[in-house]
Design a protein around this ligand. Structure first.
Ligand SMILES: NC(=O)c1ccc[n+]([C@@H]2O[C@H](COP(=O)([O-])OP(=O)(O)OC[C@H]3O[C@@H](n4cnc5c(N)ncnc54)[C@H](OP(=O)(O)O)[C@@H]3O)[C@@H](O)[C@H]2O)c1
Length: 224
């Protein structure tokens, strides 16, 4: 399975690349600049081994089965318009974008209103038809992912496509310590995205790497 990480030169994208690359997945780091993508890919490769390469964002997506979007919210629509000509049925778009006010110069502890309801629903409007959008990884901090060891955090996965969501829950569980939960329809990304601003507030007040654990559900809810 090839995973393209658009905006993979940033903290979140490169951290996911580290975790999945270390788990044996083939990764293509995407960037607006092919040289920057290659440099990040080389850094990740040095740490994880495996098949990690870098390419300009559009080229990175061309032959990927899974495209993970990790760009700031203000760049999300423009980036998806740039990718549209190469996105094709058979691929899954995973959106990790959080509409933080910080992306337009505001506070990281506040979010922006999105007309469609969430960044993920905006993404769903912008991809070609036949490409399922899955919202995931909003609540898992890049700082935590960049550390070695298990992650004390659950990943809530929202999508209108059950099969695509199940594949991304499986991918999330490749990160040691992570449990992946079915968060229901894509519209629930509205709730999950907002929680990130709350977690950032905890991190600012307590200098931590806050994450979420959902408790009290039967084992099958955690895909155990
Ligand atoms: N950081 C976290 O802990 C965390 C956790 C959960 C979710 N998220 C979400 O994941 C996304 C990425 O987070 P991040 O912290 O990695 O963000 P970031 O460092 O601000 O941006 C990631 C990458 O996006 C590209 N980018 C930046 N501005 C762009 C623009 N105007 N147009 C196109 N591409 C642009 C850059 O890559 P190139 O310059 O190489 O193209 C950059 O390295 C955000 O939506 C964030 O809310 C972050």
């Amino acid at each position: 399975m090839t995973i393209a990480i658009v905006g993979g030169t940033g903290p979140e994208g490169s951290a996911l690349a580290l975790r999945w690359g270390g788990g044996g997945e083939e990764i293509v780091i995407g960037s607006r600049d092919a040289g920057r993508a290659s440099r990040t890919a080389a850094e990740v490769q040095q740490k994880t081994g495996g098949k990690i390469s870098g390419a300009e964002n559009r080229a990175a997506c061309q032959s990927a089965e899974i495209v993970v979007l990790t760009v700031p919210f203000q760049a999300q629509a423009e980036t998806l318009k740039h990718l549209k000509p190469v996105l094709h049925p058979g691929q899954i778009l995973v959106d990790a974008t959080v509409p933080l006010a910080a992306s337009v110069g505001g506070r990281a502890t506040r979010t922006l209103g999105v007309w469609q309801g969430s960044a993920a629903e905006q993404a769903a409007e912008l991809v070609p038809s036949g490409i399922p959008v899955v919202a995931a990884f909003h609540n898992i901090s890049a700082e935590l992912l960049h550390r070695d060891g298990e992650i004390d955090c659950d990943v809530i996965v929202c999508s209108d496509d059950h099969e695509a969501a199940a594949r991304i829950r499986k991918l999330a569980r490749k990160i040691p310590g992570v449990r992946a939960l079915d968060g229901g329809k894509l519209e629930n990304a509205r709730l999950v995205e907002q929680l990130t601003a709350l977690l950032i507030g905890f991190n600012i007040r307590h200098k931590g790497t806050a994450g979420l654990r959902i408790t009290g559900l039967p084992p099958e809810a955690y895909d155990i």
